[in-house]
Write a protein that binds this ligand. Structure first.
Ligand SMILES: Cc1cc2nc3c(=O)[nH]c(=O)nc-3n(C[C@H](O)[C@H](O)[C@H](O)COP(=O)(O)OP(=O)(O)OC[C@H]3O[C@@H](n4cnc5c(N)ncnc54)[C@H](O)[C@@H]3O)c2cc1C
Length: 372
């Protein structure tokens, strides 16, 4: 029997966890279905976003904040160890309010966040002048914003590459093109059968397979009903740098291109762009920054978020195979630092981190239990 920990999934969650496991001295094998799979990690907006996370869920707000606190050091260590600069920046971000009604609704949400145990992670409402001083090009209809100094962004493709390179440097064995289909006990270990007929045996398994989690978790007694929620993103040609603080819907990359759009669509397993949503994205972008009216659009894409019923992460242990764990979330960029630095090493010790007790999957069983 091998003593390795097998991580199923080579996206941002799986690779962050694999790095953390390797840092803690574990032998790690990553099985990754690869290019045929849905992969949110190569289709996201790259925000390391704190505001808006954890309203009504203090544990999620605290976990997100911990990741934000870890990010500067983690990004720097990725650069130093892999030579890959992931373009991380934490300048603080805005969620812009278009009109007074929007500002009123946002104020109430921010107050609720500030009042909850642990507070609001520094999120405050600010007026138009505050925004305009930092982002002079805002549109006339921007009346206010919520502002969080902890918000940041990075290049998610470079992050994924850096996580892979760092893992390889630490001896993690990455097995692309391997689709895990069955997890079962095998002697003193756990066996993973792949679609291509290969079999892997490990001492522990971490299921981090994105939208593949629901089915794999079912096999080990875990109810993790993740579903796809589509998002579409538009990218412009390079612009002179005008946006040093990301908004919740727009950011400018290090080379000047502008990314916008943050739709959340219940569209099943259909990662396609649609004219109606792209038009709405453009309309909103022009309200925030009218100067984009002349920007050339160079591409647009759609990708599928991995969404739990309450939008919060799941970190849990199988009730039937105690060395099998699951890790999933819908903000795998934001949480990559805490996944690598805290979650991975904890799973290596056979533990769910204590601050993650609220993220057990049993919370999804409650409605079913009430109905019986
Ligand atoms: C449009 C959009 C915008 C987003 N913007 C942001 C953002 O700004 N900030 C943020 O924090 N998050 C954002 N996200 C979310 C973020 O991209 C995801 O949370 C993150 O990528 C999830 O990573 P993952 O590893 O769980 O899943 P994935 O990236 O989907 O990776 C899952 C991996 O598992 C593999 N796999 C699946 N099934 C199997 C199997 N049976 N066997 C072996 N391998 C398997 C796949 O090959 C894949 O590589 C966004 C998502 C979308 C769609």
């Amino acid at each position: 029997m091998t003593h390795a920990t097998i991580v199923i999934g080579g996206g941002l969650v799986g690779m962050a966890v694999a790095n953390g496991l390797a840092d803690a001295g574990h032998e790690v094998v990553v099985l990754d279905e690869g290019d045929d799979a849905f992969r949110a990690s190569i289709g996201n907006a790259g925000l390391a976003w704190v505001q808006g996370k954890g309203r009504g869920a203090p544990a999620y707000a605290a976990w997100t904040r911990l990741s934000a606190d870890l990010w500067p050091e983690f990004a720097e260590s990725l650069r130093a160890e892999t030579g890959i600069d992931i373009e991380f920046s934490k300048p603080g971000g805005f969620d812009l309010c278009i009109g007074d009604a929007d500002a009123e609704i946002r104020s109430r949400k921010v107050e609720a966040l500030q009042r909850q145990p642990g507070g609001g992670n520094g999120v405050v409402m600010v007026d138009r002048n505050f925004v305009k001083e930092r982002v002079p090009d805002i549109g006339e209809r921007v009346v206010a914003a919520s502002w969080c100094p902890e918000d940041g962004y990075l290049n998610p493709l470079l992050l994924l590459r850096a996580l892979h390179r760092r893992a390889a440097d630490r001896g993690v064995s990455y097995r692309p093109g391997v689709r895990a289909e069955r997890i079962a006990p095998a002697g003193g270990g756990i066996r993973v059968d792949a679609r291509d007929g290969t079999t892997f045996v490990g001492a522990a398994i971490v299921i981090a397979a994105g939208l593949g989690n629901a089915e794999l978790c079912r096999q080990v007694g875990l109810n993790v009903p993740v579903r796809p929620v589509r998002g579409q993103i538009v990218v412009t040609a390079r612009q002179p740098i005008f946006l040093r603080h990301p908004t919740s819907t727009i950011r400018q990359t290090a080379v000047g291109s502008v990314m916008f759009g943050n739709s959340e669509e219940e569209a099943g397993f259909e990662p396609v762009t649609t004219g109606g949503i792209l038009a709405r994205h453009a309309e909103r972008a022009l309200l925030e920054f009218p100067r984009l009216a002349d920007a050339a659009v160079v591409r647009a894409w759609a990708a599928l978020r991995i969404m739990t019923p309450d939008g919060r992460p799941v970190y849990d242990r199988s009730p039937t195979l105690p060395n099998v764990f699951v890790a999933t979330c819908h903000s795998g960029v934001t949480l990559a630092a805490v996944h690598a630095r805290v979650l991975g090493p904890a799973l290596g010790r056979g533990e769910i981190p204590p601050q993650c007790a609220a993220f057990a999957s049993a919370r999804f069983d409650v409605p079913a239990a009430l109905g019986t």
